[in-house]
Design a protein around this ligand. Structure first.
Ligand code: ATP
Length: 221
């Protein structure tokens, strides 16, 4: 369990905070707007009404105890930048900042933050990927064009084996796991039959995964 501080409880900040709580972490939510901070009192571990551009106020919050601080102030770029600057001065190392514009990104990147987030763009890319590869439910980028993808075996698939699915891709794609109900299967063999509702985790290069993807269309096999 880790502790996070989220500054700015707009839609993005709240969604991130609630998900962190859901994942079992503790979250301090900060907003300068009293009504907003109060609205999430019972959902978050702690809420604080505070102007996050006020260095002294931030110092009192001991943000060094947080495993990471997320600045989720978007529209008010000046406030976001001032807040980021204060947090750097206070020695917060793991600092993630949401940036709404290219100018915002450019300035924040000069402040040496750990990660700059562009929610709309990142979500747009994910949605496009989902539309392009509807058979892929989720994916994780490992960098250098390597991915882990999650595939749900569809009820309209005819029965087929792992060997048939992977034929020609053995050297390029590795099956990592088949989740079947509560069971996690990690020992594979080619004759293993994939059945409806199996969840398959595969890892490999984007090009190889893209080439394999059509085999997973419900009408293909
Ligand atoms: P979203 O799209 O996530 O709803 P947004 O990008 O429109 O948010 P804002 O509305 O600018 O971002 O800010 C999100 C939250 O940050 C708001 O609840 C606002 O009250 C809070 N906020 C803005 N400036 C400060 C500040 N200086 N200190 C603390 N909170 C702030």
């Amino acid at each position: 369990m880790a502790h996070f501080t989220v500054i700015g409880l707009g839609r993005f900040g709240v969604a991130a905070s609630l998900e962190l709580i859901h994942l079992g972490h503790t979250v301090t939510g900060i907003d300068r707007n009293e009504k907003i901070a109060e609205k999430y009192v019972s959902d978050l571990t702690q809420t604080v009404i505070c102007d996050a551009t006020d260095e002294n106020a931030l110092r009192e919050l001991n943000l060094g105890n947080s495993d990471a601080v997320l600045v989720a102030i978007g529209q008010d770029m000046e406030a976001s930048l001032l807040c980021t600057l204060c947090l750097k001065k206070l020695g917060v190392n793991e600092l993630w900042v949401k940036a709404n514009t290219a100018a915002h990104h450019a300035i924040v990147s000069k402040l040496g933050v750990s990660r700059i987030i562009h929610p709309e763009e990142e979500m747009g890319i994910r949605v496009a990927q989902a539309l392009h590869y509807p058979m892929i439910n989720n994916y994780l980028s490992l960098g250098h064009d390597q991915y882990i993808v999650e595939v749900h075996i569809h009820q309209k698939h005819q029965v087929f084996t792992l060997g048939e699915l992977m034929h020609g891709f053995d050297q390029k794609i590795s099956p990592l796991l088949i989740k079947r109900g509560k069971e996690n299967i990690t020992a594979f063999h080619d004759n293993m039959t994939l059945v409806e509702k199996d969840i398959l985790l595969l890892s490999g290069h984007r090009q190889a995964l893209a080439a394999l993807a059509p085999r997973l269309y419900p009408h293909h096999l």
